[in-house]
Unconditional design. Structure first.
Length: 159
């Protein structure tokens, strides 16, 4: 049975509420910002600031400031791009890998508290459904030949 429009609306309201809450928490929390940045850097052997900005959906000037702070702390190594001397490449240093691990543990501990009264099957079900939603979004984007809105113009308050 297909979900009706009201079911879809309630799902969107719940998702947008959660996304907004997570964004507020990340905005107000320097370690959360660092974690997101370190995770993207770690996912690449080397990455350009423009690629970081694109993946994180932020302005490149913001990435430049954040990378500079991480470099000052010794968490990343910034070097000239041998293919384009005007650009630079960023990679994690060993202390950066350690910081990534530590911040990941803090985040996992925090999320464990959010779901402390859930049973394991509920956690697995939510995970499975979130992955299914992401896969469906990817399939629709491929069929439509364009990217599905990453940041919708909808506001959950308007719904």
């Amino acid at each position: 049975m297909q979900p009706n429009l009201e079911d879809v609306k309630q799902m969107v309201v719940a998702l947008f509420g959660l996304i907004a809450s997570l964004k507020r928490a990340q905005k107000d929390n320097q370690p959360a910002n660092q974690l997101a940045l370190l995770q993207v850097i770690a996912a690449h052997r080397q990455v350009r600031p423009s690629e970081l900005a694109e993946e994180l959906g932020v302005n490149q000037s913001s990435i430049t400031r954040q990378v500079q702070a991480l470099e000052d702390e010794g968490d990343v190594i910034v070097s000239a791009d041998p293919k384009d001397q005007r650009a630079c490449l960023i990679r994690l240093s060993e202390p950066g890998q350690n910081k990534l691990y530590d911040l990941t543990q803090i985040g996992l501990d925090r999320f464990s508290k959010f779901i402390a009264n859930w049973d394991a099957e509920e956690v697995r079900t939510l995970t499975r459904l979130l992955l299914k939603l992401e896969q469906s979004k990817t399939e629709v984007a491929a069929r439509e030949g364009s990217q599905v809105w990453a940041h919708s113009c909808w506001r959950h308050k308007e719904m």
